[in-house]
Design a binder for this molecule. Sequence first.
Ligand SMILES: NC(=O)C1=CN([C@@H]2O[C@H](COP(=O)(O)OP(=O)(O)OC[C@H]3O[C@@H](n4cnc5c(N)ncnc54)[C@H](OP(=O)(O)O)[C@@H]3O)[C@@H](O)[C@H]2O)C=CC1
Ligand SMILES: O=C(CO)[C@H](O)[C@H](O)COP(=O)(O)O
Length: 466
Amino acid sequence: MSDPKIGIYGLGTMGAALALNMADKGIAIAASNRTASVIPEFMERAGDLAENITAVDDLKALIDALPKPRNLLAMIPSTGPMDAFLDDVIPMLEAGDTVIDAGNADFHSTRARAARLAEHDLHFVGLGVSGGEEGARHGPSMMMGGTDHSWSELKPVLEKIAAKFDGAPCVDHLGPDGAGHFVKTVHNGIEYADMQVIAETYDILRNGLGMDLPAVADQFDAWNDGPLGSYLMEITAKVLRYDDPETGKPAVDVIRDSAGQKGTGRWTVIEAVKLGQSATMIEAAVAGRAWSAEKPLRELAAKAFGEDRGALDLDVTTIEAALRVARVLEYAQGFRILKAASDEYDWNLDPARIAEIWRAGCIIRAKMLDDISAAFRDGAPEGQLLLASAFRDTIQDGIPALRQVVGTAVAAGLPVPALASALAWYDTMRQSRGTANVVQAQRDFFGRHGFERLDAEGAHHGPWWD
Ligand SMILES: NC(=O)C1=CN([C@@H]2O[C@H](COP(=O)(O)OP(=O)(O)OC[C@H]3O[C@@H](n4cnc5c(N)ncnc54)[C@H](OP(=O)(O)O)[C@@H]3O)[C@@H](O)[C@H]2O)C=CC1
Ligand SMILES: O=C(CO)[C@H](O)[C@H](O)COP(=O)(O)O
């Protein structure tokens, strides 16, 4: 066996799948895991691929197995465990080595870790990996942040294992230190919004229109064959068709309606707000998960106020048009955050390239991403997808449908927080004169905060202070 090109530490769901993907592509690797007892089972799973894998029992042996300069990829939780891992690993490495954090990390931590490793002449890469276990095993989309040196070291490996769109690998070097993890975070924010919109649509179809589950699944399948085609649409149709083996009921009917969240959606919202942005659809999705987790309170409120909802009178063509425009708006919000961060941190992020590497392998892969990359390549005014001429017709044609869907659902008492917030954002952004003049007047009245005037430069106070 040739020298391992890279070491993988952490053979959980994602680490094992990435390791097998590399071995499958003929890349010699070394692999280890904190709990060594899982390693034999992993090697058994590897089967014939084991010939490309040097499995070792601990971190020290893993590092010793790697040629210099070393490339060591950790697929472990990027929160506390990553810092403890770095405490252990830094003394074992030598100048020029690279540590790759391939988990979902808060990009502030990635920047701090990169600075910490740089003090030891070590490189730190924040590698966003998307695609879940299946993607990691057969081709993920990857967003790399780090030094040019690390990219030149890793590019051959990452391009081999990445998902391919029309033969082009869905991976790129997006910027320094935290840039890759930031883009992955926003990817997940968009993922949250897309999942929420699909869940709201499921509610509209099943409970608002009274469709049975197989019909709802068929509808998602039909949409998936058209312009709304996406991985999340496809898997929604699939999960709706499963029955629970224990009860024989539809699987979705035995799953508790309380969603988990590990942090990336929340980070997207927090970073957007810090950057002076607001991604209302992602906020609505994070709120939707938080509200869902408050099941006992919802049960009390249901008893107190009743759960009645009216039936909806909507046709599926209108719902499809509403979904299309909602998806454009959720991407527009996500890309705005990327632009704001790129300006703030001087990353020079290329939105067209990001859309390209999201076209395959990742959870938000969608047919629309090809059009989005083309729209950015054509030059969206102010770098805003909302203003891209390629989406003008979709937006103008879709908004009346979105208005009808949101209005009908709201009137019937069916909650559609993400769809409604998409509309509110669109309507706010197309007002050249909004209502913040009143907010400014209030602020000045109670706190002498001052305001700008339309007809004069400088700061002013209202007549209430005369
Ligand atoms: N699951 C998914 O769809 C995706 C996950 N990710 C990210 O990938 C990373 C790994 O997730 P996933 O594979 O799902 O998680 P798993 O729980 O399946 O695996 C976790 C791995 O981390 C190791 N680990 C946990 N704590 C420590 C520690 N303190 N020190 C050393 N090793 C530790 C575990 O080792 P041990 O066996 O000893 O417990 C195990 O190898 C996370 O950052 C996650 O956010 C990214 C994209 C998609
Ligand atoms: O990164 C991912 C997908 O892209 C992970 O699956 C992540 O865990 C999803 O986030 P959450 O657990 O908060 O739903």
